[in-house]
Design a protein around this ligand. Structure first.
Ligand SMILES: Cc1ncc(COP(=O)(O)O)c(C=O)c1O
Length: 156
C-alpha cells in the first residue's frame, strides 16, 4: 500500500514535490493512499528552488504515460536553506495545467509579515492551499499546525 497506494486500476493521481521539500509531504501522500510510486521528486536549481522546466517536463511525460497529474506541493521556506520556490511561476503553470498548488509554509510563510520580505510571498494569494505552523516562528506551543484552503467549495 505504501508504494502503490490505493488507486486501484484507474490512471494514477500523480503528485509533484521538490527534492528540497519536507519529508512530511511524502509521508502525507503515502498516508492518503497515493502511493510513493506516484510521487515525482522534481530537482532544484542552483538556488534550491523547484526547477520549473523539470516540473513541466515531468508533468508532460506523466500525461503522455497515462497518469493524472493533480497537485504540486511547493515550499515557502525549505528546512535546509530557507528557499522559497518560484510561487508566481508555479501558480501560473498550475493554473494553465489545471493542477492544485499547495504550499508548505510551515516554517517560512510567516516571513510574509515582514514588509521587506512580503513581496517574495505575494503569490501566496494565488495558491490553492497553504500549510502554516504557528508553533514555529509564532512561538505558540506545539502542536499548532494550520492548513488554509482558498476555495471553501473545493473542500465539499
Ligand atoms: C518546511 C516544513 N514543513 C513541514 C514541517 C513539519 O512540521 P510539523 O510536523 O512540526 O507540523 C516542518 C517542520 O520542521 C518544516 O520545517
Amino acid at each position: 500500500m505504501r508504494a502503490d497506494g490505493l488507486q486501484g486500476a484507474h490512471p494514477p493521481l500523480t503528485l509533484y514535490i521538490s527534492e528540497e521539500g519536507h519529508s512530511c509531504l511524502r509521508k502525507a501522500a503515502e498516508l492518503l493512499g497515493l502511493g510513493s510510486a506516484n510521487i515525482r521528486v522534481v530537482p532544484v536549481d542552483v538556488h534550491f528552488h523547484m526547477d520549473l522546466a523539470a516540473l513541466r517536463a515531468a508533468v508532460a511525460a506523466d500525461r503522455a504515460a497515462g497518469c493524472r497529474p493533480f497537485c504540486v506541493a511547493a515550499s515557502a521556506g525549505t528546512v535546509n536553506t530557507g528557499a522559497i520556490d518560484p510561487l508566481d511561476d508555479l501558480a501560473a503553470f498550475c493554473s494553465e495545467e489545471g493542477l492544485w498548488l499547495h504550499v508548505d509554509g510551515a516554517y517560512g510563510a510567516f516571513g510574509a509579515l515582514d514588509p521587506e520580505l512580503a513581496p517574495r510571498y505575494a503569490a501566496l494569494t494565488r495558491v490553492d492551499s497553504l500549510a502554516l505552523d504557528p508553533h514555529k516562528w509564532l512561538s505558540i506551543p506545539v502542536e499548532c499546525g494550520c492548513a488554509r484552503c482558498r476555495r471553501r467549495a473545493a473542500h465539499g
